[in-house]
Design a protein around this ligand. Structure first.
Ligand code: NAP
Length: 264
């Protein structure tokens, strides 16, 4: 379903589209349908062909390589945003990474190197990209990132990524408190489990996906399309009074302490 809203005078940068299943792409689809001009960044040339396929035939879109942990790449990326758009209305941070070694074993055995990588890529890059974007953001601008409920409750094997998501959610609040004076809003979307490349790297994701659907009041998992619609709300003027929040789109699974079968 496409929400009818006109964003033809708006510009957006979406960071973190690996393929058509990416949550970043679900958000981009909503923005593009609303007429928004959208630029994309991708981490490595390996993914360029996937993104090229998605962007073929679309007008006014562009893509640039940028490792979000590289200051030089971010400087070049936001120079491109300035050149293409002159200003930026929406920044979408859809990036996370933790080394497999940090998720395969015990949380107790997390190495300093894996901790630093996970927190750097998955949380600090929200700070650095927001700082690079700041000079280009107009009043009414909005930043959205993606988080997961393992920040609040223990999800086995999510390990250091749960800590990184907790940092991302706190980062959202601190950025929102500082950027509000300039009329900029910052929120994070807590999505339920969805079958993406990043999700496939989480040990036991299949059973996490099934259990979340069973527990959810809606009896299913939320979809990437529903993430896109929530992002559209938070980014656009529809969400003009919302900032600093972690907003859930998970078919309600996070509200359940336990699920008990009711006798029929
Ligand atoms: P995805 O399609 O794999 O997207 C993750 C993106 O992050 C990839 O494009 C990846 O690029 C990029 N990335 C990783 N390290 C980067 C770096 N240093 N610089 C720039 N880009 C980098 O998976 P996704 O599920 O849509 O993930 C998007 C966001 O949603 C993440 O924050 C994730 O934690 C969050 N989320 C996902 C779920 C879920 O179940 N799927 C649930 C809740 C929240 P490479 O492929 O090149 O590494």
């Amino acid at each position: 379903m496409t929400v009818q809203i006109d964003l033809s005078d708006k510009t957006a940068l979406v960071m973190g589209v690996a393929n058509a299943r990416s949550l970043g792409w679900a958000i981009a689809e909503q923005l593009l349908s609303a007429g928004c001009r959208v630029g994309f960044s991708y981490q490595g040339e390996r993914l360029k062909s996937e993104l090229d396929k998605l962007l073929t035939g679309r007008e006014g879109v562009w893509a640039q390589q940028a490792d979000a942990t590289s200051e030089a790449d971010l400087t070049a990326l936001f120079a491109r945003v300035k050149e293409e758009f002159g200003h930026l209305d929406y920044l979408i941070h859809s990036i996370a990474f933790a080394p497999r070694t940090a998720m395969d074993g015990r949380f107790l055995d997390t190495t300093e190197a894996d901790w630093n990588t996970a927190l750097n890529v998955s949380a600090y890059t929200l700070v650095s990209t927001a700082r690079h974007a700041e000079p280009l953001l107009r009043p009414g601008a909005s930043i959205v990132s993606l988080t997961y409920h393992a920040s609040q409750k223990v999800v086995p094997k999510y390990n250091v990524m749960g800590v990184a998501k907790a940092a991302l959610e706190a980062t959202t609040r601190y950025l929102a408190s500082e950027m509000g004076a300039a009329g900029v809003r910052v929120n994070t979307i807590s999505a339920g489990p969805m079958r993406t490349i990043a999700a496939r790297s989480i040990p036991g994701f299949g059973s996490m996906f099934e259990k979340a659907a069973e527990a959810a009041p809606l009896g299913r998992n939320a979809t990437p399309d529903e993430v896109g619609k929530l992002a559209l709300f938070l980014l656009s003027d529809l969400g003009s009074g919302v900032t600093g929040q972690t907003v859930y789109v998970d078919a309600g699974s996070s509200i359940m302490a336990m699920k008990i079968e009711q006798p029929s």
